[in-house]
Design a protein around this ligand. Structure first.
Ligand code: SF4
Length: 202
């Protein structure tokens, strides 16, 4: 099983993944500093963000998720593929009727991410207040409801600076797309990525 339509040799793939892992490491460090400063964590959260139907946009992260799935044994992978197929079909049924659906990510396994080391940027950064500087100015986000509760009344709310993280990921993505000559837009949920890549498994 391999990522559809991508022409890349193993050595190059390894190097691209190494760069991604370095960016993920940086996310972890920055996230922990901000989260720890308020004793913020996700335990027993009633609004688990694994229910949020995030759509992801980078080829590099898509490939790294697929690689994580390839490392699983076939039985385990099949379990997640079946769950992903189900999520995709129930979501598209709801959306075609103009409804939103609250449905758990297929990789959430008894409350834990089954591919924790391969989870995507949004899964890693969601929660804390943050900002990033763009050519059009600074963009800020308050964080999730729990973070807002913890930070309310503080003179200075700790914020995660996402500027370099976004920039470095964008450079990595550009280099990968140039190398592989991949020009398609990506706007997929985790379920769509899994189902679209491995969905022929039964
Ligand atoms: S990939 Fe993991 S962390 Fe991200 S939404 Fe799915 S289960 Fe949650």
């Amino acid at each position: 099983m391999s990522f559809p339509g991508i022409n890349i040799n193993e050595e190059d793939k390894k190097n691209f993944f190494k760069r991604l892992k370095d960016i993920y490491k940086e996310m972890e460090v920055r996230y922990s500093i901000v989260a720890d400063s308020l004793d913020f964590n996700c335990s027993d959260c009633p609004d688990n963000c694994c229910y949020t139907h995030f759509r992801h946009h980078t080829l590099i992260e898509y490939m790294y998720l697929v690689y994580g799935l390839e490392l699983l044994d076939e039985k385990t992978r099949s379990k997640f593929v079946l769950k992903a197929n189900d999520v995709v079909s129930r979501t598209s049924e709801a959306e075609s009727g103009g409804n939103k659906i609250r449905i758990l990510c297929p990789l959430n396994d008894n409350g834990l991410c089954a591919l924790y080391d391969h989870r995507l940027m949004i899964c890693r950064l969601h929660g804390t207040a943050h900002y990033f500087d763009s050519p059009r100015g600074r963009v800020e986000g308050p964080g999730c409801f729990r973070f807002e509760e913890l930070s309310s009344g503080k003179k200075k709310v700790p914020m995660l600076d996402r500027t370099d993280i976004y920039r470095n990921l964008a450079f990595l993505e550009m280099d990968l797309r140039k190398k592989t000559d991949y020009g398609f837009k990506i706007k997929h949920s985790i379920a769509e990525m899994i189902s679209g890549t491995f969905g022929d498994l039964k």
